[in-house]
Design a protein around this ligand. Structure first.
Ligand SMILES: Nc1ncnc2c1ncn2[C@@H]1O[C@H](COP(=O)(O)OP(=O)(O)OP(=O)(O)O)[C@@H](O)[C@H]1O
Length: 266
């Protein structure tokens, strides 16, 4: 089965220019910036990784793109439109799948939830959910409830639901951070495979250099906060699927590690 008509129909890039975010003021009454002068363009269909130390503002930036958090000033556009609120073109995958799955719905019902809200008819819902359940490797588990699933399986349900809703942009906030190493590696492989199959735009937040090099076409490095911004962008000129044992992979990992070592040594 192919759902090719369902994807790639909303191609749009993300343009961020002079973007600032402040929640409060300093003692002198000046704005205290979490993010200051963020400039970034993410191409449609790109797999872009945001990498930075804990607390630098990665989630804040992702949530601003999602429309959950408002900007203080600057420009943040998806396609030609300024982001002002959440939209169906953007979907967020959180670190904890538990918070986003409905415990009273089984796997298929969770995956179909958004489609039902959009009043997609039952036969089509079934077709779409079957496709994505298979894509994330959950066939045979359709009737199970979240409490009967492992952490990795729940994360797959979250991913299948987001894919079924057909947002063109996936915003992923450390989605595999809570998984054990083996499950995490499997999920990374599957996500990379799914991205290559669907052509969606992915913005993936992590503080794990190896994960960034494994998945991203480009890696945006965020500086330590406050006044955090994207200071450097690394291209990852490695073919997929990538092998973390490969010399060029290790070399890039080391280069990025040296970047952080340098920043923290000053
Ligand atoms: N609602 C809020 N009000 C005030 N400050 C906030 C709020 N949300 C986040 N912050 C602050 O913004 C900064 C960036 O937080 P954010 O969660 O974006 O960082 P992060 O890079 O995603 O961190 P981590 O990798 O640890 O998840 C932190 O100093 C945090 O305390």
């Amino acid at each position: 089965m192919t759902l090719a008509t369902q994807v790639n129909d909303q191609q749009q890039s993300i343009t961020i220019s002079g973007l600032n975010k402040s929640y409060d003021h300093t003692a002198k009454g000046e704005l205290h910036y979490i993010l200051k002068d963020v400039n970034l363009t993410i191409k449609s269909g790109e797999f872009f990784v945001l990498l930075g130390p804990s607390g630098c503002g990665k989630s804040t930036l992702l949530n601003m793109i999602a429309g959950f958090v408002s900007k203080t000033d600057g420009q943040l556009k998806v396609g030609k439109s300024e982001v002002e609120k959440p939209g169906q073109d953007r979907a967020v995958v959180f670190q904890q799948a538990d918070a986003s799955l409905f415990p009273w719905l089984n796997v298929r019902q969770n995956v179909e939830f958004g489609l039902k809200m959009k009043k997609v008819d039952k036969a089509r819902r079934n077709e779409i959910s079957s496709y994505y359940i298979e894509l994330v490797g959950l066939q045979g588990h359709e009737q199970k409830y979240p409490r009967e699933l492992s952490g990795g399986m729940k994360q797959r349900v979250q991913l299948a639901r987001v894919l079924a809703n057909d947002s063109s942009i996936l915003l992923m906030d450390e989605p595999f951070g809570a998984l054990d190493a083996m499950t995490r590696r499997t999920m990374q492989k599957e996500l990379s495979h799914i991205w290559r199959q669907t052509g969606k735009t992915v913005i993936f937040v992590t503080h794990d250099i190896s994960e960034a090099v494994l998945l991203g076409q480009r890696i945006g490095i965020m500086s330590r906060g406050p006044n955090s911004k994207v200071t450097d962008i690394y291209d990852v000129p490695l073919h997929y699927p990538r092998d973390p044992g490969q010399p060029d992979f290790i070399k890039l990992e080391k280069t990025i590690q040296a970047h952080f070592d340098h920043e923290y040594s000053i």
